[in-house]
Design a protein around this ligand. Sequence first.
Ligand SMILES: *Cc1c(COP(=O)(O)O)cnc(C)c1O
Length: 328
Amino acid sequence: MMAAISGDAACGAAVKADGYGLGARAVVQRLAAAGCRDFFVATWAEAEGLADLVAAQGIALSVLHGVRAEDMAAAIAGPARPVLNTAAQLARWRESGGGRACDVMVDSGMHRLGVSVAEIADGLLDGLTIETLMSHLACADEDSSMNERQRAAFAELAGRTGARRMSLANSAGVALGQGYCFDLTRPGIALYGGVPSAALAGRIAQVAFPQAQILQRRHVPAGGAVGYNATWIAPHDTEVAILNLGYADGYLRGFSGTGMASAGGAALPVIGRISMDLTAIDVSAARDLAEGDWVTIDYALPAASVASGLSQYELLTGLGRRFARVWG
Ligand SMILES: *Cc1c(COP(=O)(O)O)cnc(C)c1O
């Protein structure tokens, strides 16, 4: 889907933060099999965890944080390319990178990472072997005049750096149109079921379906309290199930009283406060659900974001290590 709307541009994939929480190795293997060739992580530790896949899958891996002094050993030993962000990083790579190719991030207006357009005009990149010149959009998920300003500033650099390719768009940027896609796109969240902008609404399927198991089913009489601080009092006799899921798994307190689960078509509201390892749901609508049964947590990212007050990104990257990642 993201490859299709990237048009003529190659479609890469951001797999930082362990593939947005889903497991970077499994994500890379699946996307490489689907034809994706360019992957982005944040750190050298993340790159090391994928290093063997670079040759095995015939892919390229870029490290967005660039090279700090303490990264140089790992950068030289491994197959990934740094995305150089500052004059000091560029100097470090010139001195110790052995002439190897790098990527470069240029700041086109977000004022986060990247060298400036003026520094490039002053010759900061001269003599480097640059695979991809990149920039990043601040407001791609909104209808903002900043998008066109950033696109134009970046487009001005075409042919002026010796970079083999140019890359600007994240997921929401791809949806802004072909003019934003340049040679290579870098979607992340949309690959994992996130809907980053209205333009993509209804076109992206949910990817991650968290499930939890019932540890205990109990009857709570009218007036009985459930959970910490007794924030939920049964308005009438209620059937309650206690799940082995809590905020330590990334199911944060924002879902207290707002989250939903389902089983066999029955909607099962979260009641009371989410605990570290436990969550209570009302199972009055599911007569047969019993201890040991599994329920699916409602986790369509746009709706779960509204329910919890968390961003779609936080919802995925926060999913804890106690979940087994099972691929369908
Ligand atoms: C995280 C990141 C992306 C992917 O962004 P999404 O919004 O998840 O599509 C692309 N480029 C850079 C530089 C990033 O840091």
